[in-house]
Structures are given as C-alpha cells and as structure tokens.
Design a protein around this ligand. Structure first.
Ligand code: HEM
Length: 419
C-alpha cells in the first residue's frame, strides 16, 4: 500500500451504498429480458435492448464506478473529494435517473426522457465536478491518476451525448451529424474509454496491491493512457466532421487495442507470474473477465457482418462478460478490505479480528462466479440462436447472479465487531 493515502478514505457508507445498488440493476435487467423474450432481439434499437443496455452500463457498471471513484481518487491521488457527503444525494439522483431512462425506453414517452435527462444531468454533475476538482489538484502524475483523468473526460462526453440522444427522443433537434456515427461514438467512448480506461487505470494500482502481482511494465501503462486518450479525442472529431460509423470504428482502434488486447494480455501474465501462487475466486473473476475482453475484440468484425445479432453478442460480451466479471471480482476483494480497514483494523492487537477472507469466504464466491460465468455463456448461446428457452435460462441466471452478488456484498458490509 506504498504511496496510498488511506487517511483520505471517505466513510464506508459512501462506496458501500453505490456498490449495493449495482446488483439490483442486474436483477432488473434479468426480469426485463425474461419478459421481452426473443422479440427483443429483432433490432438493436428495440426498447428492451436499449433499456437492458443502460441497466448494465449505468445501473450496474456506473454505480460501481462512481462509488469506486469516491474511494479511489482520495486514496490514490492523495486529494479528498470536496463535499463527498453529497454522494448520497448523487446516488439518489442516479437511481432515479436510470429508472426513469429505462421506463422511458420501454414506454417511448417523451416526457419520461425529459425527467430522466434532468435527473441524470444533476447526478452526473454532482459527481463529476467535485471529483474533477480533486483530480485537478492531485500532486501525483502516475499512470493510474492520468488514466482516471482521461476516464473522467470520457464520462463527461458520454453523458453529454447521452443527454442529447435523450433530448432527441423528447423532440429536441440534434446537431447535423451522421446519427449512426453519433450513437456508435457514444457507445464506443462509454465502453472503451470511460469503462475500459477506468478499469485499466484502477487495475494498475489494485492488481499488484491485492494479488501481490508484479507491477505492470511502464511500456504498457503510459502509452496505454496516450492511446486511450487518442480515441477519446478522435471520436468526437470524426463525428463532428460528419464521419461515418466506419470512421468512428477506425478512431476506436487505439483504445480497443489497449483495453481488449494489450491490457488483458499483460494483466493475465502478471497474475500468472505473481509471488503468491494460490488462486482465489476473486482472481478467477479477473482471469475470466480478461479472457472475455479477447472474445469482445474478436467479435468486432462479427458485429459489422451480422446485424443485429453480432452487435448484441458484442455488447453482451463486453458489458456482462469483460467489464461485468472484472468488476464483480474487484468488489469481491475491495469490499471485504474496506470493511476490515474501517471496522476491524483499529482493533488489531486488542481483540481477535476476522481476516478479510473470513469477511467474504471463498465458499460464497465460488457459486457467484459459477452463476456469473454460466450467465455469460448461456446468454451468448441465447443471443446467437434466438431460442426462447435458452434466453429464458440466461435471464433467470442473470437474476440469480444479481441476487448472489447482493447477498455477498450485504453480508460483508453488515459485519461489525462484536460488542
Ligand atoms: C446520462 C447517461 C446516458 C444517457 C442519457 C444515454 C442515452 C442513450 C440513448 C437515448 C440512446 C439511444 C439512441 C436512440 O435510439 O435514440 C443510447 C444508446 C446507447 N447507449 Fe447510452 N446513454 C447514457 C450513457 C451511456 C453509457 C455510460 C454507455 C456505455 C458505457 C452507453 C451505451 C449506449 C449504447 C451501447 C447504446 C446503443 C447503441 C447501439 O444500438 O448500438 N450509454 N443511449
């Protein structure tokens, strides 16, 4: 934990509340998928597909990433997030905004998009402004800090374009650009730069720290930030100049190569070469998630050739396979650490304190990994074949994965010293 400012950490209730919200989005997505059945797969623009997409990207991944930023920025960058206690209001706005957006996609009601946009804009500003102030004052210029800065710019961009897209659904005009290129750019910046940039930056810090793996080689970190930032600059440039979806895809290549090819390969190598050889389940989540990054890269040409199924296969693999498994594994390690750090570390030497592993035992993580992995695989089969029965099983598995994660997090967060 060298160089980390754990004295700057926010109260446990802040990241804890965001993390507990995330699995509920998985359950909601599973219920929606169950109700929608194969009809939802007819086009990438179908209401259930857009609703489920945002339950994953905003409800699940977004809640985890916002909660993690409140925790990681002060500890890694050494600067507290000003007014962090307002995070509870941000979370309330975020939950309301995501719920309203999902409802608006499903009903098509223009007023629903206005309400969703207002709530999401307020929550995103309430989150991004103080975090940006903290990052701007960070004395450190390490790749994790630079990566977080790039990810925050991407967050601002993807939310702004998302709000413009929601405004269009409410009847407002969009700038004169290629609409498909704009939506593809929104999805690519969100997935590769906001999600991929942040996952990479945080992994450079946490993989060596939690798993005693060798630090990532410098050739793989600073250039990675530059390449991810290249995509972040290129995509809006291409879209504003009236470029086509193909031009957006070309602009996405630098970040895609980093987050779906180089970062997974380097991280898997580091995990395999670590000092402590015992593989626990949280590491297996990482390995599985990183392997799905490779599959996502391989599915890009399929997405071009096979509309809409290829796009859906790619989205499912990226959101629930790669990012979903990595974040699930990260929570399985970070939440017991935070509970131990806040509640038990002051008691060390005075009474017997449980180990981090006892706070979230392996026996609970094994079934969660099995459920999550099975959901990804059965979901891929269901999307590829369109068979109602397989899609139904995938939806039930998705609900079960959300419940397993929620139970594991809640049990760990409820642990307090006796007496
Ligand atoms: C405030 C936040 C956001 C809002 C209001 C929003 C809104 C929208 C809207 C309205 C559309 C549909 C466009 C249309 O058919 O009219 C859309 C598409 C999409 N958004 Fe978002 N979005 C947000 C954030 C995100 C984030 C953070 C991600 C990814 C990490 C994301 C990924 C996608 C994807 C993958 C699509 C579908 C593109 C396709 O069909 O291929 N969105 N978004």
């Amino acid at each position: 934990m060298e160089g980390l400012r754990t004295d700057q950490a926010p109260p446990l209730a802040i990241p804890g509340a965001f993390f507990l919200t995330a699995p509920m989005a998985l359950v909601a997505a599973g219920v929606l998928a169950l109700v929608a059945g194969p009809d939802g797969l007819s086009t990438r623009w179908s209401p259930p597909i857009l609703a489920i997409t945002h339950l994953f990207t905003l409800g699940y991944l977004g809640s985890i990433m916002l909660g993690a930023m409140y925790q990681v920025v002060p500890v890694v960058a050494g600067v507290p997030v000003p007014g962090a206690r307002a995070a509870h209001a941000v979370l309330a706005g975020w939950i309301g905004g995501v719920t309203a957006l999902v409802a608006a996609f499903l009903t098509g009601d223009p007023h629903g998009f206005v309400v969703a946009a207002a709530l999401l804009a307020a929550a995103a500003l309430g989150f991004a402004l103080p975090v940006a102030v903290a990052l701007a004052h960070a004395p450190s210029r390490t790749p994790p800090v630079l990566g977080m800065k790039v990810a925050m710019i991407a967050f601002a961009l993807v939310v702004t374009v998302g709000l413009a897209l929601a405004g269009r659904r409410a009847g407002l005009p969009l700038p004169a650009v290629d609409f498909l290129a704009l939506v593809d750019g929104h999805a690519a910046v969100g997935t590769l730069v906001w999600v991929g940039g942040l996952l990479s930056a945080v992994s450079w810090q946490v993989v060596p720290m939690f798993y005693l793996a060798p630090a990532p080689p410098t050739w793989s970190t600073r250039p990675a930030v530059v390449l991810i930032a290249t995509t972040l600059a290129a995509i809006p440039g291409v879209v504003l100049l009236g470029g086509s979806p193909l031009a957006v895809a070309v602009a996405a290549v630098p970040a895609l190569g980093v987050v779906w090819v180089v970062h997974p390969a380097v991280t898997i190598r580091a995990i395999v070469g670590r000092k402590r050889k015992r593989a626990d389940y949280s590491l297996r989540f990482w390995l599985a998630g990183l392997a799905f990054a490779g599959l996502a890269a391989g599915l890009v040409p399929v997405a071009w050739a096979w509309e809409p199924r290829g796009v859906l296969l790619l989205g499912w693999t990226a959101a629930f396979g790669w990012a979903g498994l990595v974040t699930h594994g990260m929570l399985s390690r970070i939440v017991p650490f935070l509970v131990w750090f806040h509640r038990f570390s002051p008691l060390v030497g005075r009474v017997r304190v449980p180990s981090m592993r006892e706070l979230l035992p392996e026996s609970r993580l094994g079934p969660a990994l099995a459920l999550h992995g099975a959901t990804v695989v059965v979901g891929l089969l269901g999307i590829a074949t369109g068979i109602a029965g397989i899609l139904g099983v995938a939806a039930v598995l998705l609900i079960a994965t959300g419940v397993a994660l929620e139970v594991n997090l809640a049990r760990t967060l409820l642990r307090r010293p006796a007496g």
